[in-house]
Design a protein around this ligand. Structure first.
Ligand code: SF4
Length: 738
């Protein structure tokens, strides 16, 4: 029996792995406090990939003549990779080689990957897919509080808040065991407000549901703040004692009167006032944002607007109140702290800070001036691949770029321009299928390492079984490459040793792990950072008496609403938004291969009014088109989405061929969550014509005489009985231990 954690999302649910003969069974671990034994169906089926027929067990090299992948030995594969990287480095300089990591990698892997790039290769070109996940919240948190830790308090604290505002989060579907906190909050008399363009299973639990136009969470926050200020609900004492910048924000919200907010967001003034009244009357308010608010070209400003609201109410640092971000990927938190991000060194140190460079270089045993400076952010890095002056080789660990990158057709073409693409993975993902070299690596139950969950709790995943013959750990792959590249220092392959080195490198940094050890994690069921010394108890709650800014005060930041980078128009009249479904995780490389998890492929969710306009039937194919590509998938007709919006899940190839690559200027987050789209039947004549003006998408007509072919036919119903509005309640979706 081994206590460990789920391989998927940032909740990092505790579980027990038990061996019965040759099989490995998932059992509850009720004592682990975050999930108390509950798992979602992804967690219960997590061992299904062990022994899967598609598991990679030997390195593969692409034959230059036939173009096919062939089996190879480890030495042959690593020698080939290192040899080509050395040639590129000698010919074009170290930045000709790039490294791309993932928010699901353990802290040890993320740390070693950063060290591989900066020390063994010497490149500045490293970033990771977490840039596409929480970077806007990170950027806003650093600016407002001087520190980015997703939740500055344990998740269970929300049970005792009076009003919880969830902005762009569907936690009942994406991390079902966390939804129990919403139930307990309401049992305790608290109220839940959900802000989302879709009435999700989370919204089904809300006392108040606000359904804004995608991309307008920012003016919604400004409008609420306007009403709160007008009502005298601002905590002036807190603002004076613990913050700076309020007066500028107060001026900036003066013109966001409710009618203007309604025009911008589609949220009625009555609902806005109801929400403001709830907030004004509450002693403890908690605001949590997630990808719906953050994955925008204005994601940082959107989060800042909601932080401004929380600060105006005097909440951050108060018990059972404040602001937090619900991280998405398994190690979304730790993955952004220890050096696989283009601008960072371990311990959340900045790579352009001379003192940070000195400290980390000493730990690594190299001169500080040998470390490269900041590199390109994730999308910018991929966009530069194979171009003049851009990287010509890419090493990918823990990421399936072909599915998860925005504007994916363009990114895939960039991958094909590379001289060398190397992918380390456990199955043949869509990205691995394009690689010149595929390296088979261990999966979670076959290796040991730490993760940092959405609360900043550092937890330990213990090895439970031996990996298949022929498979190596990522740490072994990194070390093997480092030595072949002539690294001046050793790379350990022992996870506990790497973690101890990470602790030293993080010592004194913002994310200080120096006092955390594997034994402590085992004994304490996780340790919250910062934890600078062995006798420090860790820090479950932050900001109680001071923020992490130089003067200890939080920063209000005045922001302006610019709107989506690609507004709707006559050719592309609806908003496209993307997201997750319960049974799948991220790019689906793992969960799509688990037979017990439903995999119906992508679908297009749309409202009956929109379906009527285009003549779509439930279950029949429709085509979503943007300026970057198109996707054909079955229509799923529901009343739970805005009539001017379509939703496509992103776990399959296709959704991100549609998404926009506009970047947030601060976080470099792409605008995954909104772009302009057209939706029609799989018939060219139904694609909007050049210059064709549709009715206002917010109030679509079903009887437009100018377009008789789009009028629903006699006796036709766009929805199947029982489908519309039949969204399973979140309680149906939570699976608890038998
Ligand atoms: Fe895993 Fe589900 Fe828990 Fe996330 S919520 S950690 S996917 S069991």
């Amino acid at each position: 029996m081994t206590h460990t954690h789920c391989p998927y999302c940032s909740l990092q649910c505790g579980m027990t792995l038990a061996r019965t003969g040759r099989s490995l069974e998932v059992q509850p671990w009720p004592e682990f406090p975050v999930n108390e034994g509950a798992l979602c169906r992804k967690g219960w089926t997590a061992t299904a990939l062990r022994g899967h027929r598609e598991r990679l067990t030997t390195p593969l090299l692409r034959d230059r003549e036939s173009g096919e992948l062939r089996a190879a030995g480890w030495d042959e594969a690593l020698d080939l990779v290192a040899g080509r990287l050395r040639e590129l480095r000698a010919d074009l300089g170290p930045d000709a080689v790039a490294v791309f990591g993932g928010g699901g990698l353990t802290n040890e892997k993320a740390y070693q990957l950063g060290k591989l790039a900066r020390v063994a290769i010497g490149t500045s070109q490293i970033d990771y897919n977490g840039r596409w996940c929480m970077s806007s919240a990170a950027s806003a948190g650093n600016r407002a509080f001087g520190l980015d830790r997703g939740l500055p308090f344990p998740l269970a604290d929300i049970e005792h808040t009076d009003v919880l505002v969830l902005v762009g989060s569907n936690l009942a579907e994406t991390m079902p065991p966390a939804a129990r906190h919403l139930d307990r909050l309401r049992e305790n008399g608290g109220r839940v407000v959900v802000v989302d363009p879709r009435r999700t299973p989370t919204a089904e639990r809300a006392d108040l549901f606000l359904q804004p136009v995608p991309g307008t969470d920012l003016p919604l926050a400004l409008g609420l703040l306007h009403l709160l200020d007008a009502a005298g609900a601002v905590d002036e004492e807190y603002v004076a004692a613990r913050t700076t910048g309020w007066e500028e924000v107060r001026r900036s919200i003066a013109a966001w009167w409710p009618e203007r907010v309604e025009r911008e967001t589609g949220v009625e003034t009555a609902q806005l006032r109801e929400c403001a009244a709830l907030l004004a009357g509450a002693e403890r308010v908690t605001v949590l944002t997630a990808r719906g608010a953050e994955q925008h070209a204005q994601g940082t400003d959107t989060v800042l607007a909601w932080i401004d609201l929380a600060l105006a109410l005097g909440m951050p640092g108060k018990e059972h109140a404040g602001y937090g971000c619900l991280t998405g990927q398994g190690n979304g938190q730790g993955g952004r702290e220890h050096g696989q991000k283009a601008d960072q060194l371990p311990g959340y140190r900045m790579i352009d800070d001379p003192a940070a460079r000195d400290h980390v270089a000493r730990v690594w045993g190299v001169p500080a001036d040998s470390l490269p400076g900041p590199g390109r952010s994730a999308y910018e890095l991929l966009d530069a691949l194979g171009t003049d002056g851009g990287p010509q080789a890419l090493l990918v660990f823990g990421s399936n770029i072909v599915v998860s990158a925005p504007n994916a057709t363009h990114v895939t073409s960039r991958l094909s321009d590379l001289d060398l693409l190397v992918v380390a993975d456990l199955v043949m993902s869509e990205t691995a299928a394009l690689a010149d070299v595929v390296l088979p690596v261990t999966q979670w139950a076959e290796e040991t390492g730490t993760m940092t969950n959405l609360e900043g709790r550092v937890i330990l995943r213990e090895r439970a079984v031996a990996p298949p013959e022929g498979v190596r750990t990522d740490l072994e792959v990194i070390a093997g490459l480092a030595s072949r590249l002539g690294s001046p220092v050793e790379f350990s392959t022992d996870a506990e040793e790497v973690f101890a080195e990470l602790g030293r490198a993080s010592s004194g940094g913002r994310a200080d792990y120096a006092g955390i050890t594997y034994d402590r994690i085992r004994a304490e069921r996780g340790v919250f950072w910062p934890c600078p010394t062995a006798d420090h108890s860790g820090t479950p709650r932050l900001f109680g008496s001071s923020f992490a800014t130089p003067d200890g005060r939080a920063r209000f930041v005045a922001v302006e609403h610019r709107g989506p980078a690609e507004p709707t128009d006559t050719a592309y009249p609806v908003h496209l938004t993307t997201g997750r479904v319960l049974a799948q995780y991220q790019s689906g490389a793992q969960t799509r291969r688990v037979a017990e998890l439903p995999d119906d492929g992508p679908f297009v969710e749309l409202h009956p009014m929109l379906a009527d306009r285009i003549g779509a039937y439930h279950g029949e194919p429709v085509v979503v088109t943007t300026r970057r590509g198109e996707l054909k998938a079955p229509a799923r007709i529901v009343t739970t989405i805005r009539p001017d919006t379509v939703f496509v899940p992103f776990h399959w190839v296709g959704a991100n061929r549609l998404t926009h690559d506009a970047l947030d200027p601060a976080s470099r987050m792409p605008e995954f969550k909104v772009c302009a789209a057209a939706v029609g039947l799989d018939t060219p004549s139904l694609v909007p014509r050049e210059g064709y003006s549709t009715t206002d998408p917010a109030t679509p007509s079903t009887t437009d005489p100018a377009t008789p072919s789009l009028v629903p036919r006699e006796g036709y119903s766009t929805t199947e009985p029982g489908i519309v509005g039949r969204v399973a309640s979140a309680s149906e979706r939570i699976e608890t231990p038998a």
